[in-house]
Write a protein that binds this ligand. Structure first.
Ligand SMILES: Cc1ncc(COP(=O)(O)O)c(C=O)c1O
Length: 521
């Protein structure tokens, strides 16, 4: 992989053939803290945050700009603390995320609480904390009014809308088949149905303890392209203007454009196998037919085709920069709203990057356990690591493919073509068909761009304890999330007393115990 691609994230550099995270060699981090490991760069987080803020502000002279990073993307409180120090707000979803983010010194006025099905107690906590509530259920405004009236406070709310986006005809990256973005977006459950927005807004405006301060849209990363963002913002502006008219000249104080901007190397959907249909209709009958030529010819042909069958994916070009996204968002909104006569003077612009902010601030380090070479009946190599895709489940769901680097052999020739796999019992294909140097057991590999959604979605499949997270700051590295133990994995298990007396059960032999027995020792 080219140095330019690696060093695209300012926190990564190559020094004497070794990958560095800020000022520490990646393999030294593993030497010190063990493997596998999630690593976050504080400098990259700060720099990404500042670039979003400054670029959006440059394009939005009309009013202030807030960056509300999506907390769900990375639940590390230390990383979140860094962002709060920078003045970041937050997009949060659940009562748990709200409680977590409020521990980090964030300004509640810059916290947006999203999500459908919010319960009364959650809404009450939101009003009490003074955060923005982003409404997406039809009756939510009435519950908020009740909660605010009880507390004698005014709740500041925004409506999450979902405009039709008929011009967005290209396929969404969220689907394995060819589904156009305009349909893919509508299938997504979030946001108030278009039919109800006007009515919900009217009710909100009539409630004495509710102030409707703005509108919110989050469509997600259907595409990394600026074309998509231009189209999305055009339709959003159209709906904003329509709502201003429907609500008798109401004007938003805040316009939130949500998240969905890609990180530079953008691992999202690189493993989408859109050729599946063609593969099934043409490829499978061909392969099945080949057997008629005998086993030798069959396997010889398979050996030749294997690279293509296992989906060798070309390196994806670098996604648009933070500055490009910001320029497209701001210029489209200003142009379209201006054309509809909506004054933007003093209007606050907000964005909620998750992957675009945390993604390339994180990497995952893992040691090679075994290199397995097979010659027959078809040649294949595997580099089996001490990690698993189950630590990066969001990545699996979103068909992520990460760039993989042998951290101490960055400049060595990539002569080994192998499947980089995890050590769970599943296929666990972390990075199929990789070109690597001749790695050996104990060598360290880095999977780049795992800062968003991966640690947050890790599970304990195969009873594998989840790894620690380390925060790097210059030449300093500290644990900010401890690694689990096997006891942690079973800590929530309870063996009822009636089952705990089995003669083969291990653990304390206390058959008189009145309490059910905890499974962890
Ligand atoms: C409301 C909201 N805002 C922001 C985000 C962040 O999206 P992304 O990580 O694609 O930038 C999400 C992610 O699901 C979201 O639901």
């Amino acid at each position: 992989m080219s140095r330019e691609r690696i060093e695209r994230s300012g926190c990564l550099s190559v020094r004497n053939g070794r990958l560095f995270v800020e000022d520490i060699a990646a393999s030294d981090i593993v030497e010190r803290f063990g493997s596998p490991l999630f690593v976050l760069s504080e400098a990259q987080l700060r720099s990404n945050f500042r670039r979003y803020r400054d670029a959006l502000q440059r394009g939005w002279p009309d009013g202030p700009v807030d960056i509300l990073p999506a907390f769900k993307a990375n639940l590390s409180l230390a990383a979140r603390r860094v962002l709060s120090e920078e003045g970041a707000g937050a997009d949060v979803y659940s009562p748990g995320e709200l409680a977590g983010v409020l521990r980090t010194g964030v300004d509640p006025e810059r916290v947006s609480v999203n999500g459908g099905g919010k319960e009364f107690e959650h809404l009450r906590c939101c009003v009490e904390a003074g955060v923005r509530i982003t409404v997406e259920d039809i009756d939510e405004v009435d519950l908020i009014e009740q909660a605010a009236a009880k507390l004698g406070k005014t709740a500041r709310i925004r409506l999450r809308v979902k405009p039709p986006v008929p011009g967005l005809w290209k396929p969404t990256d969220f689907a394995r088949s060819f589904i156009p973005i305009d349909l893919g977006f509508q299938v997504y459950k979030s946001g108030l149905p278009l039919d109800n927005v006007v009515d919900v807004g009217r009710r909100a405006l009539a409630h004495p303890h509710v102030e409707l301060v703005g509108l919110h849209l989050h469509a997600g990363r259907h595409s990394a392209s600026l074309w998509y963002w231009e189209g999305l913002m055009r339709h959003y502006a159209g709906l904003i203007a329509d709502l201003c008219q429907a609500w008798n000249g109401w004007r938003p104080q805040e316009i939130d454009v949500g998240g969905g901007m890609a990180a530079p190397r953008d691992p999202h959907s690189r493993m989408l196998e859109r050729g599946d249909f063609l593969g099934s209709v043409v490829g499978y009958p061909l392969l099945a037919g080949l057997r008629l030529l005998g086993e030798k010819t069959y396997h010889a042909t398979l050996s030749r085709l294997l690279g293509a069958l296992l989906h060798e994916h070309p390196t994806r070009p670098i996604a648009p920069s933070i500055e490009d996204y910001a320029a497209t968002i701001t210029s489209t909104l200003r142009r379209e709203l201006g054309a509809r006569g909506i004054s933007l003077s003093g209007v606050r612009l907000q964005a909620e990057p998750g992957r675009g902010l945390y993604g390339d601030a994180g990497l995952h380090l893992t040691r090679v356990k075994v290199v397995k070479r097979q010659r027959q009946p078809v040649p294949l190599n595997w580099v089996l690591t001490d990690t698993t895709e189950f630590f990066m489940m969001c990545g699996t769901l979103e068909a992520n493919r990460y760039d993989v680097i042998a951290v101490d052999m960055v400049d060595a020739p990539a002569t080994l073509q192998a499947e980089v796999v995890g050590h769970s019992c599943g296929p666990d294909r972390l990075a199929p068909s990789q070109h690597l140097p001749e790695v050996e057991p104990a060598d360290v590999l880095a999977l780049l761009d795992t800062g968003a959604y991966q640690d947050a979605s890790a599970s304990n499949f195969n009873a594998i304890p989840r790894p620690a997270t380390v925060l790097v700051c210059g030449a300093n590295a500290e644990i900010v999330k401890t690694a689990e133990t096997v006891d942690d994995v079973f800590a929530r298990d309870v063996i009822p007393e009636r089952l705990a007396t089995s003669p083969h059960a291990s653990g304390p032999d206390d058959s008189d115990a009145a309490e059910p027995q905890r499974a962890a020792s």
